[in-house]
Design a protein around this ligand. Structure first.
Ligand code: GDP
Ligand code: MN
Length: 385
């Protein structure tokens, strides 16, 4: 789960990591009031669940009320795109008004899980800022990844290594030490999956400050972090993903043209591989999940059909507790409900009552190709390409 920068900074502050003074505004009037409280000089930052705001004009140093009004009018209630949101866009409901910092150097500091190493890694770079992606691809030697022993946590030794790599003076040890230990404690205490500070700056007062903050949390641990789950902002999330999650369907929106409906996460992954190897791309990941009935199956199909990019729907079901005839009726329900011409369907159903399921679907007007196995799915998909 993602949260906003202003929420992340509040957490950082609670864990002893310095952040600039700021207030959050949800309308123009509050924004202007807050702006005047900073003597009419502040950085205005749109709050959306995506980075790359600086390059897209969503972060601006403003020193007069007129520009502040202009910024508010331009963004409040409107959709915003960055290179990270791609073709999608997100709505701006909040703008952070923050005391402007004078930057001496912009660095990068992050914590994430390194699965292959079974550790939490601290990632650091002396070249933080809005071009970090470019630094990572062109100058990977400028990115330092330091695994931390999960039992011992970060030690003075780690801090010294990072201090050195960031080209910071030795006198800054205690500041960086407090930041790294604070970030690590936050990471563990709140079950984070990523903490990214970009940029971490050194200001003109020789202070190290988190100027931006992005934190994501492990959703499987939210049950024990009620304070964190309350920070969720549904306005920033994909509508279909929210709806399907409520039904217990695991759905992840992707960008391809082949919608998939599968039961079982492993089979869903394998199905996506088949699509990819046939030269096409999946429009989504979908695992119907356990205890599916006609209604749930129908809602899964409706979710896939609601995606305008879907040209083909691929069903790959293994009937067990969910009988194939029940699934077939669910599909028809959704197809009847959908507007426009339904896309081509490729259906593979195996297991309980699969013959009955196929018979039900054959007796319809829909354009359906049946497959018995993954090879046949692949052949049909290749012929569609
Ligand atoms: P992002 O583009 O979404 O990652 O947004 P950031 O919060 O990282 O801001 C982008 C860039 O704006 C930073 O890398 C800084 O260069 C600049 N910036 C943000 N806040 C300040 C500030 O207080 N003072 C100055 N001089 N620059 C700032
Ligand atoms: Mn940033």
């Amino acid at each position: 789960m993602k949260i906003h920068e202003y929420q992340s900074k509040k957490l950082l502050n609670e864990f002893g990591v310095p952040v600039p003074k700021s207030t959050i505004a949800t309308d123009k009037e509050t924004l202007l009031e807050n702006f005047r409280d900073f003597q009419s000089k502040a950085v205005l930052k749109v709050q959306v669940h995506a980075g790359g705001r600086g390059k897209a004009g969503g972060v601006k140093l403003v020193d007069n009320s007129q520009d502040a009004v202009e910024f508010a009018d331009k963004f409040f209630g409107n959709l915003f795109q960055t290179f990270q949101t791609g073709d999608e866009s997100v709505v701006v409901n909040k703008i952070l008004v923050e005391e402007a910092s004078i930057i001496v150097s912009e660095m990068y500091l992050a914590l994430l899980v390194d699965g292959s190493n079974q550790s939490i890694n601290i990632i650091a770079s002396p070249e933080g800022g809005t071009d970090i992606e470019e630094v990572a691809s062109k100058n990977p030697e400028k990115i330092f990844s330091l695994p931390v022993n999960t039992i011992l946590g970060p030690t003075d030794f780690h801090v010294r290594e990072i201090l050195d790599f960031l080209n910071l003076d030795k006198t800054l040890f205690s500041q960086l030490n407090k930041i790294i230990r604070g970030l690590y404690k936050l990471y563990i205490d709140k079950d984070c999956s990523l903490i990214e500070i970009n940029p971490l700056i050194l200001n003109d007062n020789n202070e190290i400050i988190a100027l931006d903050a992005k934190i994501t949390f492990d959703e499987d641990a939210l049950f024990r972090n009620k304070d964190i789950s309350e920070l969720r902002d549904l306005s920033q999330e994909n509508e279909v993903e929210i709806k399907t999650a409520e039904l217990g369907i695991k759905y992840v929106q992707l960008k391809g043209s082949v919608g998939c409906i599968v039961n079982g996460a492993g089979l869903a992954m394998a199905t996506m591989d088949v699509i990819q190897s046939a030269g096409l791309s999946p429009a989504n990941f979908l695992d119907i999940g356990g205890g599916a009935d006609e209604d749930k199956v129908s809602k899964a199909m409706s979710a896939v059909l609601s995606d305008g990019n879907v040209k083909i729907v691929l069903v790959n079901l293994f009937g067990g507790i969910l009988r194939c005839d029940v699934a077939a009726r669910g599909f028809i329900l959704a197809l009847k409900d959908s507007d426009g011409t339904p896309p081509k369907l490729i259906i593979r159903m195996q297991g309980t009552n699969s013959e009955e399921g196929k018979r039900i679907l054959s007796n319809t007007k829909y354009n359906i190709s049946f497959a018995e196995n993954l090879d046949q799915i692949s052949q049909i998909l290749s012929s569609e390409e």
